[in-house]
Design a protein. Structure first.
Length: 201
């Protein structure tokens, strides 16, 4: 995806914070509340409320635009977002799914990805999408799979699992897939079947 690590940093540190400050406050006071309510269960409280186990930020109904040279390139929408900063490899989790749209300079949607579950890893600049993953390009070609990686550093989208690629004239199934970010140049590695469709009928 064509946005810088700096912009992702701002997205995580500032964009979330403005919307989620009440959620953060709730997490901060949770250990105190538990201590007052369960004074005799101190050992259990310490186990359940360690900093490592608590997410840094949570948000509901979130939408974010990513720009490059003042031109909007991507839009991300999600019902729920959880930021995990205390992990060894920090990441943002989308437990209720995510939708990502990629735009051209004229704000036309050139590709999109939806999934029932996703993660974004800051250091690797990589999206991991799982469960009912659907990707569509500008011409309507559709990829369906249960697992997909969107690697911004390599400018590649790929999967090592079963995929179904649906075009107007045929449907291709196979194991393993690799494509550019627009899904206009792709390769299905281990083709299992091709079903041709008569588009003249």
């Amino acid at each position: 995806m064509n946005f810088t690590k700096y912009k992702i940093g701002l997205f995580i540190r500032f964009g979330f914070a403005l919307i989620c400050k009440f959620n953060i406050a709730a997490w901060m006071f949770l250990p105190v509340f538990l201590f007052i309510s369960c004074e005799n269960e101190i050992s259990k409280i310490k186990t359940l409320t360690t900093t490592e186990e608590l997410p840094s930020i949570t948000a509901n109904g979130y939408e974010m635009l990513f720009s490059d040279s003042s031109v909007i390139r991507f839009k991300m929408q999600t019902s729920e977002l959880i930021r995990h900063d205390a992990e060894k490899v920090p990441y943002t989790e989308f437990p209720k799914g995510v939708k990502i749209e990629k735009y051209d300079a004229k704000m036309n949607i050139v590709s999109s990805i939806t999934a029932d579950y996703a993660k974004y890893f800051d250091t690797d600049q990589k999206w991991e999408a799982k469960n009912n993953v659907v990707a569509v390009n500008l011409t309507g070609d559709t990829l369906k799979t249960e697992y997909l990686i969107w690697d911004d550093k390599r400018k590649k989208v790929y999967s090592d699992q079963f995929v179904k690629f649906i075009r107007k004239d045929k449907t291709i199934t196979g194991i393993g897939f690799e494509s550019n970010q627009d899904f206009t140049e792709y390769k299905i590695k281990d083709i299992k079947g091709i079903l041709y469709v008569n588009i003249d009928q």
